[in-house]
Design a protein around this ligand. Sequence first.
Ligand code: B12
Ligand code: SF4
Length: 573
Amino acid sequence: MQVHPKGIRARVLLTSVFGPYAQDDEFGSRAINPMELYHNQVTRAQGGFSLRMFHRSWGIMMIQQNISAPCTVLDFPTRDDFAHELETNSYDVVGISSIIVNLGKVREMCRMVRELSPHSTIVVGGHVAATPGLDQMINADHIVRGEGISWMRQYLGEDPEAPIRHPHIVSGLETRIMGMKLAERKGGTAATIIPSVGCPMGCNFCTTSAFFGGKGKFVNFYNTGDQLFEVMEQAEKSLGVQTFFVMDENFLLHRTRAMRLLDRMKQAGKAWGMAVFASANAIRQYKMEELVELGVSWIWMGLESPRSNYAKLKNTDSHQLTRELREHGIRVQGSTIIGLEHHTPDNIKDEIEYAVAHNTDFHQFMLYTPVPGTPLYKEMSEQGRMLDGIDYADIHGQYKFNFRHAAISRDDSKRFLDWAFWRDFERNGPSLARMCDTMLQGWLRYKDYPDWRVRERFRRENLKLRTVYSAALWAAERYFLKVNTQVSEQIRQLRHDIAKEFGSVSRVVASVAGPVLLRTMRREERRLAKGVTYEPPTIRERRNWPDRSQSQAGERDTGLLGTAASLPALESN
Ligand code: B12
Ligand code: SF4
């Protein structure tokens, strides 16, 4: 590969695509596609109960941490921020990170670089690189497919195989729920750890798996439990965390690594908690007690239809598995695809009912979407079933089909998707309450467990059950009283069970803080009805920067360290 003439002396800018995001615009922002995980694709039908939170662009943070060149990461810039950064810093290399949906923004950013910083080399990476014919659509010098750390190191003349340094990443920012913005404090939010990219299961629709090699392949940054333990211990020290969001598409699949990590945690007396992604077949490799001892407190799991034949769900009763996980205090985030090949207008409602009956703590629904680079895209293209003229900005799985389905129309795809979110909320109530239910079940089962690390983790996680969550449940019970009596009754029962276990503290807090939360909740719903949306803050961080006052610790546009909330993946201590 050609090496940049300045090598590690080249000044590098790594940027995410520009915002604002949660609005319709000519560059491909869509109101329906905000830069929020939960509100975009999980709790979007839950009104003021929806969990609002932002996540940094971890890919470029990883690259920055692993090159020796002076490097700025610019996250969530506006167009003006991006222009200003280009004009004031004379970058040799401008790296733009994007997924396919934001292709229009990449095109515009390349145009801006050519205009404002014509000497810069433009490198485009991330999932957008899988778009067929991308080189004809944007004006870039390099388009990088797959893993980017090794590419960038090589481009700057460094050793691509050198060990990976992990940045210290606070997993979530600016959390809000029920109209309350949660306080940010050091150690209050989980640290993100990225052990690998890709997944060897190779499900036909899976873009992450395809992008990093497909079936049987993935890229491991840390092969062993020992390496992982060290990375986590460093994050513990630097961020003051006890909880980790493990961003690995199928963390539990690698049992040897996970069990070695558990050994190390036991030896060192670590009562860490961990949120992971894992397929059902991977979870089945463990006894529940092993998961609990490992600190697994939250699992994101695919719950595709039993008629879909995905290997990961073979021989698994997913209803029973979900129930069992929750009984052991492990919150479950289900993920269900709407519009699989066998779905028809006649069976789709039953399939959605089946998904919703899992009664997971959180449930993501996504449309079956052939995305460039995946086996599904290849298959649909070969069959001539990809629809022409669909804007890439609308291919994000939360709008309408981008292909001709055998039985379901494009417009109906959106109707069924929306119905799935609505039905899950109607039947199971707010995720916040379901999560409290799981936490209580875990506490009751494990509060006297022989391993003190487990007792300590449940104690720590459940502190909020007796205080702020009791108040939230009080408000939720009142909120649903007139609109959904069944949900209101479920919440009332849960609140009483909590009070029975934790005594008068929870009752007092609920009756004092509950009415306040009910008011903030109602105010939030009024704001949302008026069309208020949320945007992530712009963040600028420099590393190896010649001006030492701006280096390493990062020059931040906002003071963001440590968002609070003991919420799902991004849980506080
Ligand atoms: C965190 C995340 C988000 C965050 C975004 C945070 C952010 N700041 O951008 C949130 C939750 C908001 C989000 C939203 C969406 N997301 Co998302 N998200 C992820 C997730 C789970 C992790 C990304 C990550 O950090 N991975 C770890 C890092 C290390 O990997 P990486 O980003 O791929 O980076 C590596 C390479 O790609 C490359 N690279 C990346 N950037 C660059 C730049 C340069 C210059 C170079 C050289 C290399 C390079 O090097 C990195 C290291 O190897 C991925 C799934 C996954 N496991 O990756 C989906 C994923 C990226 N998201 C996806 C989608 C579809 C979406 C949504 C459209 C979905 C939706 N409807 O909600 C929205 C879009 C929102 C928007 N307006 O843009 C798809 C992308 C599909 C595609 N082919 O484009 C993915 C792959 C999930 C999936 N399997 O479908 N997402
Ligand atoms: S198991 Fe999940 S992450 Fe792995 S290929 Fe299938 S859908 Fe993708």
